[in-house]
Design a protein around this ligand. Structure first.
Ligand SMILES: [Zn+2]
Ligand SMILES: [Zn+2]
Length: 80
């Protein structure tokens, strides 16, 4: 079992809270249909937090300067 990753809080990086996640409308879960059944799963975009802000320092979790894991978002490419 993987450890639960900790996404960086946007307010520590940008001084402002991340925006409400557009994918789940801030709920942290998304509902999808599987055959006749409705399922709910954790939102991939915000990892269930309901908030999402694209990383201001990178686009894919990799630092464009060094090619290493982005220190701003620790590889998530997003802040909460
Ligand atoms: Zn979401
Ligand atoms: Zn980043």
């Amino acid at each position: 079992m993987l450890a639960t990753p900790t996404i960086i809080d946007a307010i520590t990086v940008t001084g402002a809270h991340a925006l409400e996640c557009g994918e789940c409308e801030g709920g942290g879960t998304v509902t999808y249909m599987h055959g006749p059944y409705e399922h709910t799963r954790e939102c991939d975009t915000c990892h269930g937090t309901g908030r999402h802000l694209p990383c201001p320092a990178c686009s894919d979790g990799t630092s464009p300067d060094t090619g290493d894991t982005c220190p701003t978002c620790e590889g998530f490419a997003a802040l909460i």
